[in-house]
Write a protein that binds this ligand. Structure first.
Ligand code: PMP
Length: 324
């Protein structure tokens, strides 16, 4: 089933028509578009009970989803890792995602954009013989908190590396984007316990940098851009874009182990994520990067190249939300 224009009524699994509101967000849930306020997931869903689910999230720029196909490809890899069949192909997932954005983006105030997330759980454990497990498929949007984050582009991010190590890849691969973020959340709680404004980046068991709850880390030293190896982190879509942009700017890139010596002696550093894009780091565990001045010169070039690619001055969009 392919999406119909959003103004139409849609038929759900139950067969009844669900009118779509003009002034309320919609979500796609299990085969149909519904008003967000009428979307519910069972208390017996394994995504809720056990974190037995995967997700992905892209963002819009001026209402246009960015790298949606790449995010959906990563989603399907996460699904394969957890052996969940979503019951639809990537093309259909993309079309429904576009339909949800088409309805929801015009409802935002000016100069706002959305996260667009697909969330698929294994579904509800059957209780009766003959019952089948069916995945729960949700596509939803959420406004990016520009105002809350805007000042980060002026001050830079303060990174703290907590004592909680990142789960090793042989336990649960960080390359899959699953609904189980407790390891990253524990690290964040510890980091924010010492500095409430800090962003956590967890170390692995050997003391190498890995990633934060929603972001990859890059360091620049002597004109070389370096980031932790793909096997140890979620291979961020923004991370891949930055590697390509750097190569385009003639900046050498290394994917390698990076420890706190590398972090404390870096010339520049930044985090990447779908919503932050590239956001400069001003300190790691209180040790200043580039004297605390952000962004450094090469980071600035990469940020400008990212804005060109996105077709929008993303830093300007954040800064426009600073209190007047
Ligand atoms: N690492 C983790 C654990 C994440 O959740 C995210 C956000 N998806 C990232 C890195 C950054 O990935 P992306 O650039 O695709 O948003």
């Amino acid at each position: 089933m392919k999406p119909a224009p959003c103004s139409q009524k849609r038929t759900g699994r139950s067969g009844e028509k669900m009118p779509l509101p003009e002034s309320e967000n919609v979500v796609f849930l299990n085969g149909e578009l519904r008003p967000e306020s009428q979307a519910g997931i069972s208390i017996r869903d394994r995504g809720y009970l056990f974190g037995d689910a995967v997700f992905d999230a892209t963002r819009t720029f001026g209402g246009r989803p960015f790298k949606l196909r790449e995010h959906i490809q990563r989603l399907y890899n996460s699904l394969r890792y957890l052996r969940i069949d979503p019951g639809m192909d990537a093309e259909e997932m993309e079309q429904w995602s576009l339909a949800v954005v088409k309805h929801n983006h015009p409802l935002l105030p000016p100069n706002q954009d959305l996260w667009v997330s697909q969330r698929i759980s294994r579904g509800i454990e059957p209780t009766l013989p003959g019952e089948e497990m069916r995945p729960t498929v949700l596509i939803e949007t959420h406004a990016i908190p520009f105002a809350r984050r805007a000042s980060l582009y002026q001050t830079g991010l303060r990174i703290v590396t907590p004592s909680v190590p990142r789960v090793p890849p042989r336990f649960v691969s960080p390359r899959a984007k699953t609904h189980n973020y407790l390891n990253l959340i524990l690290g964040e709680l510890e980091a924010q316990g010492t500095d409430p404004a800090a962003w956590a980046v967890l170390l692995d068991e050997a003391g190498n940098l890995t990633e934060g709850r929603g972001a990859n880390i890059f360091l620049i030293k002597d004109g070389v851009l370096a980031t932790p190896r793909g096997q140890m982190v979620l291979e961020g879509i923004t991370r891949s874009i930055v590697i390509e942009l750097a190569e385009g700017l003639g900046l050498p890139v290394a994917e390698r182990d990076l420890d706190l010596f590398d972090a404390y002696t870096a010339d520049e550093a930044f985090l990447t994520s779908t919503s932050l894009c590239i956001c400069p780091i001003s300190s790691v565990n209180g040790s200043k990067v580039n004297g605390g001045q952000v962004p450094g010169p090469l980071t600035r070039r990469l940020m400008a190249a990212f804005s060109d690619l996105a077709g929008m001055d993303y830093v300007g969009q954040y800064l426009a939300h600073l209190p007047g």
